[in-house]
Write a protein that binds this ligand. Structure first.
Ligand code: FES
Length: 104
């Protein structure tokens, strides 16, 4: 499972894009929780990390569909298909490393 960054590298509610084993992955910290989802919108393949965090969703900047960061499910149109969600693991350190698994 690759390490993408440390928790201190993540600004609260500021999504970042990482290449994880060739996959574009959006990683974001919301308070104490860290989420990793596909960075590619299921509607028209734009980069979701350029969108905004609203509650526990990432809102696509192009047409406004908001995807639940826990489930990947879009809350409204035009997107109808979920985006992938990935497991996140933290190392046991004061400033933990963030590991993201894109393989199930
Ligand atoms: S490209 Fe994301 S909602 Fe259309």
């Amino acid at each position: 499972m690759p390490s993408v960054c440390r928790v201190s590298d993540l600004t609260d509610r500021a999504p970042r894009k990482f290449d994880v084993d060739g996959e574009d992955v959006l990683v974001v910290r919301i308070d104490e929780d860290i989420f990793a989802v596909s960075d590619v919108c299921s509607h028209s393949e734009v980069s979701l990390s350029e969108g905004d965090i609203v509650g526990c969703t990432i809102e696509c900047w192009l047409h406004g569909s908001a995807f639940n960061l826990k489930t990947g499910v879009p809350l409204g149109p035009p997107a109808t298909q979920p985006i992938e969600t990935f497991d996140v693991t933290l190392s046991d350190e004061a400033d933990p490393e963030v590991f993201v698994s894109v393989r199930s």
